[in-house]
Design a protein around this ligand. Structure first.
Ligand code: GDP
Ligand code: MN
Length: 398
């Protein structure tokens, strides 16, 4: 589950990571109140107005603006809330901004050398260890750094059973070129950051930039946090951080129905049981020259009700021009699933306007094929995997 910057910063702060402070607002009036409150708490009179969307590159897209007065906070917030913000990470039409974070300006006027670093914490799946990636080249263009000067990005691997060892935190501060009080501050920052990552059960922290001010404070100016969905049951208080406005509505609905669905760009809807088979099906569609519209794992119990729900969800995507049903009957018998497909088809009347190709293999596959062929419905049956993919291409071409 992805979080907004302001939510990520709250989590960091709760574990003692120093952050650029801010207050979230949903409109220009709230923004001015937020700025007043920040002023009284921090003494700042300059602010940064930051669009809150689940995408990076906001600065480049015009979603992060410096405000030198309360009036500017008001006008900038008024401009940014409601805008369609386009960044290199949003869809082409942009993402609607519902909230802004009013943050203290931490780049002091006259501070000639604020240093911006990059730091992320994530899991290295190939070594089974956590890792901290960091660089002196923080700021807005870490992708370009990775592309052009990858040797400027360092990696520190952390054994999860040992945790971050003190020498590792010192090594990071050293490699960032720090000394004196800034060095000590960085050691504290890195340690707190790693603790926050582990304790919050996150799968990604990306802090870009981490700022060093001229008076040697180290703080998180930005925060991209992804929580591990599988650990959310341990953090009941994080559930309310989900912002459904940021998520694909079809995926949200599928999830509520207990279906594992991921929206994709193609035109062949897929209904498959088992994640592995679903991946294989998508590969085969591609190989046959098609393009999957979704990943959908209906799970082990593909009964009529579930199949119907799955059809409805697939058909919400207007790009879908054909549906490939690919079911392996291991635990569940193929004839039961076939009955489910036929029943769902009947129940849905003429809601299904696209051709369906159904391939069922495994226990009672023969009975299943007969059931479909004799149903009188416009369902094309197939036995072999390749045959099914080719039939999809045929109906798309006709
Ligand atoms: P991103 O573009 O989505 O990664 O958003 P960031 O939160 O990283 O902000 C983008 C850029 O805005 C940063 O790299 C900074 O250069 C700038 N910025 C952020 N906070 C401040 C601030 O307090 N003062 C000033 N002057 N610039 C800031
Ligand atoms: Mn950033």
């Amino acid at each position: 589950m992805n979080l907004h910057e302001y939510q990520g910063k709250e989590i960091l702060s709760s574990f003692g990571v120093r952050i650029q402070r801010g207050i979230v607002a949903s409109n220009h009036k709230e923004a001015v109140e937020a700025a007043k409150q920040l002023k009284s708490e921090t003494g700042t009179s300059w602010f940064v107005v930051k669009a809150q969307i689940h995408a990076g590159g906001r600065g480049k897209g015009g979603g992060v603006k410096l405000a030198k007065s309360l009036e500017e906070v008001e006008t900038l917030s008024n401009d940014i809330v409601g805008m369609m913000l386009k960044t290199p990470q949003t869809p082409p039409e942009g993402k609607k901004v519902n909230q802004v974070l009013i943050a203290e300006d931490v780049y002091y006027p006259g501070d000639s050398e604020p240093e911006e670093y990059y730091m992320s914490v994530l899991l290295n799946r190939s070594t089974g260890k956590n890792m901290i990636m960091y660089s002196t080249e923080g700021g807005m263009d870490i992708e370009a750094v990775a592309e052009e000067t990858p040797h400027l990005i360092f990696t520190e691997e952390i054994d999860p059973t040992l945790g971050l060892l003190p020498f590792q935190a010192r090594k990071i501060a050293f490699n960032l070129g720090l000394s004196g009080s800034a060095f000590k501050e960085m050691v504290k920052f890195v340690s707190a950051l790693y603790t926050a990552y582990v304790k919050s059960d996150s799968s990604l922290f990306e802090i870009n930039p981490v700022l060093k001010t001229s008076d040697d404070k180290i703080l998180a100016v930005d925060a991209k946090v992804t929580l591990d969905d599988n650990a959310l049951f341990r953090h009941k208080d994080y559930a309310q951080l989900r912002d459904l406005r940021e998520e694909n509505p079809i995926e949200v609905e599928a999830k509520a129905a207990g279906l594992n669905y991921v929206d994709l760009d193609g035109n062949v809807g897929c209904m498959v049981n088992g994640a592995g088979l679903a991946m294989g099906t998508m590969d085969l569609i591609k190989q046959a020259g098609g393009d999957p519209a979704n990943f959908l794992d209906v799970g082990g119990t593909a009964d009529a009700k579930r199949v119907e729900t799955a059809f409805k969800i697939i058909l919400k995507d207007p790009n879908v021009k054909a549906i490939l049903v690919n079911i392996f009957g291991g635990i569940v018998r193929c004839d039961r699933v076939a009955q489910g497909i036929v029943d769902a088809y009947k129940n849905m009347g003429d809601a299904i306007k696209v051709p369906i190709i159904a391939r069922l293999q495994g226990t009672n596959a023969k009975e299943a094929k007969e059931l479909i062929d004799n149903s009188g419905m416009k369902i094309i049956s197939a036995t072999e995997f390749q045959e099914a993919a080719d039939k999809v291409q045929e109906v798309l071409a006709s």
